[in-house]
Design a protein around this ligand. Structure first.
Ligand code: ACM
Ligand code: ZN
Length: 774
C-alpha cells in the first residue's frame, strides 16, 4: 500500500484502527490510488453525521457540493446540508487553490474539525470529491456516524486525456444507459467519453440536414448470429439520439467533468449512411444497413463533391452539439477496392496529382485528402481532429491527433512526427476481448484475451521515444466495441472491473503501480459496483494459473495467484479442491502431465474453480527456434508457447496460439538429446470470418546437428471450402521410427484465400499450437 503514516510508518488504515467497526470508518485504499496519502495517526478522526454540512466557494462548486451530498447519501444514508451551517455540526469545505499546479490536481485534508477539498479548478475539486466518496463505507440503511481518519492527500493525474470509448452503432443503448456509463467513468476518474456514433450497422445521431440518416440509417432489419455465422436473428434493431437528448447528455457529462468526444467515422464504416443516401457511394447502391460484422467495401465516394458537402454539413451540426476541442473523424479500416474502380475517385486522384509514392498508394493519398478536408473544416470551426492510426497512411493532416489502436507502432510513428497521440492498443485495451480463457463459461466475445492483470500492466510511454517525443503521448483510452454485446448489462460485464485497471494506468504514476496491491483494493472497490447495481466480471475472486516452461530442468512451472490474501488450494488430478486439498505455498514444478484445479477460499467459502491441463510429450519444455517471423500482433511469448505443455483451445487470439500471415510456421524443436520418435502432431485454429484458415501443407524433417535436415514426411492439404467448420483442427503425421535431436516442422499457411471468400487472393492467417512429438 502506498499509504504513509505521518510518523513515518507505512501501513494500511485497516491496520491503524483496530476494533473500529470497519463498516463505519472511511478507508483511503481506493481506486485509482491517490499519489500521496499521509495518515495523521495522532489526530482524532472527523465525524460525519446528520449535522455535517458542505460549504463551497462561489460559482461552479455549488453543483459539486450537491454531487458530494448525493454521493455521501448513496454510501452512508446521511445527507449533508449544502450551503448553510448546521448548529453543532462540522463542515466539509470545497474551495479553489490556485497554487495547485495540475489543472485536475487537488488536496484533501481531514482533521477532527474539518474536511477540506481544494482543487486547482472545479475539476480538481471533483476528483477530491471522488476520493472522499470512494473512501466512505457502504452502509446498508442509514449510518449514525462515519469516522473519517485524519489525512493529508495530495493528488493529480498522470495523463490529461483519460478516455473510454463506447460503440453504440453496433448495439444501440438508451440515454439512461449512457448516463449510467458516464457515472461509471466518473467513478474511475475518467474524463473523456469517446462516443462512437456511426458505423456500417447503424447511424445513431440526428442530423437535421440529412433526416434519412436516422429515418433509414438507424435501423437494421436483423443481426447476424455469432461470428458471421450466416444465420440471422430475424429481429429489427435500431435507435438514435435526438439533438435534444445529445445536448442533455453533454451537460450530464460536463457536470462530471467528462468531455464527450464524438466520432463520425470517415470515409469507411459508412454503409448505414449510404443506405440513406446511396448517391454518396461509388456504386450508387442500393445499400442496406449492414446486418453482419466486419469491414464493408461500401465507403463514401471521395470523388463526389456531394460527399464533401455531406461531410461538411454533418460535422458542422456535430460541432454545434459537442463543445469538445476534439472531434473524432475515424479513418480506420477503409477498403479502397471501390475507389480503384470508381471513375469519380480516379478523376479526383488525377486532378489532385495524387501519386503512389513513399510506400503509400494513390488511394491512400485520397483518404488522406478526405481526412485533411475534414481537418481544415474543423480547424475553421476552432476544433482539432482525432483519427485512428490509419490516418498515418497517405500522410498525416496538420494538427491531427492519432489514436494508436493496432498496437503501439502507429502512436510511436505519430509522436516521432510531432503529432499528439492517445494510446489505445488492442493488445491491452480492447474491452471486447475475452477476460478469461474459460470461454465455455463466458459470454461470446470478439476473441483475444485481455485479463485484468494484462490491462493493468500496460505502460503507455513507449521506450522508443525520446523525452521530447514522449510529451506527445497525451493519454490513454480503452475501447468497447459492441458487436458481441447486445445489452448494456453485457457491456458493463466487459468493462468492469477492467475500467478499474485502466484508471490506474491513466491516473497513477508508474512507480506507484503494483498489481497485487491493486487486486487487494479491488476486492473492496467491487462492493461499490454491487451497491450501484453494476454488472461486473468476478474472475478476480478466482485463482489465476500461470504456466511457464523451464527448458533447463525440463519442467513446467505453475504459479497460482488470487486477489488479496485468500488461501489457494489445488489438486493435480482434476478433482475439485476443498479446504483439505494441498495449500499453495509456492511454484509447483511438474515433470509429467497434470490436470490442475485451483480455488481461492475466503471465510471458508470457495471461489469458482479454475482448471488448466498440462500435457507432456517428447517436445514439452524443449527450446523452439522459429525460422519465419510470426505476425507482429500474434507473437505473444514466441516459439516457447509451442512446447509449454498447454494446448491452445478456442480462440486464436488468446496468447496460446502463434499467428502467421504471408509466412509459414517453420519451427525447429531441439529435443536436447537424440530421441526416438515416429509421430508429430499439432493443432490449427480456424476462424474463416476473420481470415484465419487451416494449413495447406506439412513437412517434417530431422537433423542431428540442427543444420542439415532430412525430410521424413510431407503432406499436402486442400484449400478450405465455404462449408468447412470454424474450429480447432488436429493434424497428425506418422513416419518410420527415427532417432534425432532436432525436428523441423513446416506448416504451410494459406497464401491465397479462395475465391468464395471476401479476402480472395490475399494471404490468410495461420494459427498453430502445441507441437507434440511421440
Ligand atoms: C478500430 O478498432 N477499428 C479502430
Ligand atoms: Zn468513388
Amino acid at each position: 500500500m502506498n499509504i504513509k503514516i505521518l510518523s513515518g510508518v507505512v501501513a494500511s488504515i485497516a491496520m491503524l484502527l483496530p476494533g473500529m467497526a470497519s463498516g463505519q470508518t472511511a478507508n483511503f485504499n481506493i481506486i485509482p490510488q491517490p499519489q500521496k496519502v499521509e495518515i495523521a495517526q495522532s489526530v482524532a478522526p472527523f465525524v460525519l453525521d446528520q449535522k455535517t454540512n458542505i460549504s463551497f466557494a462561489k460559482g461552479n462548486l455549488k453543483h459539486d457540493a450537491n454531487m458530494l451530498a448525493q454521493y455521501i447519501e448513496q454510501s452512508t444514508g446521511i445527507r449533508p446540508v449544502v450551503g448553510k451551517a448546521v448548529k453543532g455540526g462540522l463542515t466539509i469545505a470545497l474551495d479553489i487553490d490556485k497554487s495547485i499546479k495540475n489543472a485536475e490536481g487537488y488536496t484533501l485534508k481531514v482533521d477532527s474539525k474539518h474536511v477540506r477539498i481544494c482543487g486547482a479548478t472545479p475539476a480538481g475539486v471533483f476528483y477530491g470529491i471522488q476520493t472522499l466518496r470512494k473512501s466512505l463505507p457502504i452502509v446498508s440503511g442509514k449510518a449514525v456516524k462515519v469516522e473519517i481518519p485524519a489525512v493529508n492527500i495530495t493528488d493529480a493525474p498522470r495523463f490529461a486525456y483519460r478516455g473510454t470509448h463506447l460503440d453504440v452503432a453496433r448495439h444501440f443503448v438508451t440515454t439512461d444507459s449512457i448516463r449510467q456509463f458516464i457515472d461509471m467513468l466518473a467513478l474511475h476518474n475518467i474524463n473523456k467519453f469517446h462516443w462512437h456514433l456511426t458505423d456500417d450497422q447503424g447511424w445513431r445521431i440526428e442530423i437535421k440536414k440529412y433526416p434519412l440518416l436516422t429515418a433509414i440509417g438507424s435501423k437494421r432489419d436483423q443481426t447476424v448470429l455469432g461470428h458471421n455465422s450466416g444465420k440471422y436473428d430475424g429481429k429489427p434493431h435500431g435507435g438514435f439520439y435526438t439533438q435534444k437528448e445529445i445536448r442533455d447528455i453533454v451537460k450530464y457529462a460536463a457536470d462530471r467533468y467528462i468531455t464527450i468526444v464524438p466520432e463520425i467515422d470517415l470515409p469507411g464504416h459508412m454503409q448505414a449512411a449510404l443506405a440513406a443516401y446511396p448517391e454518396l457511394g461509388c456504386t450508387g447502391g442500393p445499400y442496406n444497413v449492414l446486418e453482419m460484422w466486419g469491414i464493408s467495401d461500401n465507403v463514401l465516394c471521395a470523388g463526389n463533391d456531394k460527399t464533401m458537402k455531406f461531410i461538411d454539413d454533418v460535422l458542422k451540426e456535430v460541432v454545434g452539439l459537442f463543445p469538445s476541442k476534439y472531434i473524432h473523424v475515424g479513418g480506420d479500416e477503409c477498403p479502397k477496392v471501390q475507389w480503384k474502380k470508381c471513375p469519380k475517385c480516379q478523376a479526383r486522384i488525377k486532378a489532385l496529382h495524387l501519386e503512389a509514392k513513399d510506400g503509400h498508394t494513390a488511394e491512400e493519398r485520397l483518404q488522406s485528402y478526405v481526412i485533411t478536408h475534414a481537418t481544415k473544416l474543423l480547424k475553421s470551426l476552432g476544433r482539432n481532429i482525432i483519427g485512428w492510426d490509419e490516418i498515418l497512411e497517405g500522410g498525416l493532416a496538420d494538427g491531427a491527433t492519432v489514436m494508436s489502436w493496432r498496437g503501439e507502432s502507429g502512436g510511436i510513428a505519430a509522436a516521432k512526427q510531432n503529432h499528439d497521440v492517445i494510446m489505445t492498443p488492442n493488445t491491452y485495451l480492447y474491452f471486447d476481448y475475452y477476460q478469461s480463457l474459460d470461454k465455455a463459461n463466458e459470454p461470446e466475445a470478439i476473441g483475444g484475451y485481455l485479463p485484468l492483470e494484462r490491462v493493468y500492466s500496460y505502460e503507455p510511454m513507449p521506450k522508443e521515444l525520446t523525452a521530447d517525443e514522449a510529451r506527445h503521448i497525451i493519454g490513454v483510452q480503452a475501447n468497447i466495441w459492441t458487436e458481441y454485446m447486445a445489452t448494456f448489462k453485457h457491456m458493463q460485464y466487459m468493462a468492469l472491473p477492467r475500467l478499474a485497471a485502466l484508471s490506474e494506468v491513466q491516473w497513477t504514476q508508474p512507480e506507484k503501480k503494483d498489481y497485487k496491491d491493486f487486486a487487494c483494493r479491488l476486492i473492496d472497490f467491487a462492493k461499490r459496483y454491487e451497491q450501484l447495481g453494476y454488472n461486473y466480471a468476478k474472475h478476480m475472486y478466482n485463482v489465476a494459473i500461470h504456466v511457464d516452461s523451464d527448458a533447463k530442468w525440463h519442467e513446467v512451472v505453475v504459479r497460482l495467484t488470487t486477489a488479496g490474501n485468500a488461501e489457494i488450494r489445488y489438486t493435480l488430478d482434476g478433482s475439485v479442491p476443498t479446504m483439505s486439498s494441498p495449500l499453495y505455498t509456492g511454484p509447483i514444478h511438474l515433470q509429467k502431465s497434470a490436470n490442475i484445479c485451483a480455488a481461492a477460499f475466503r471465510n471458508g467459502k470457495s471461489s469458482n474453480v479454475v482448471r488448466q491441463d498440462v500435457s507432456f510429450n517428447k517436445a514439452t519444455t524443449c527450446p523452439v527456434t522459429l525460422l519465419q517471423p510470426t505476425h507482429k500482433n500474434y507473437t505473444f511469448d514466441g516459439g516457447v508457447i509451442l512446447t509449454d505443455g498447454v494446448v491452445g483451445d478456442s480462440g486464436y487470439g488468446t496468447g496460446r496460439w502463434l499467428g502467421f500471415c504471408g509466412k509459414d510456421l517453420e519451427a525447429v524443436v531441439d529435443l536436447q538429446k537424440p530421441a526416438d520418435f515416429s509421430h508429430v502432431e499439432f493443432n490449427t485454429c480456424v476462424e474463416k470470418g476473420s481470415w484465419v484458415f487451416d494449413a495447406r501443407g506439412i513437412e517434417v524433417s530431422v537433423s542431428d546437428d540442427g543444420k542439415t535436415f532430412t525430410t521424413v514426411a510431407t503432406k499436402e492439404l486442400p484449400a478450405m471450402s465455404e462449408k468447412d467448420a470454424n474450429k480447432v483442427y488436429n493434424h497428425k503425421v506418422d513416419f518410420n521410427p527415427t532417432k534425432a535431436r532436432y525436428i523441423k516442422l513446416l506448416v504451410k499457411s494459406e497464401h491465397s484465400i479462395p475465391a468464395w471468400h471476401n479476402g480472395k487472393g490475399k494471404p490468410g492467417f495461420l494459427f498453430v499450437d502445441e507441437i507434440c512429438v511421440k
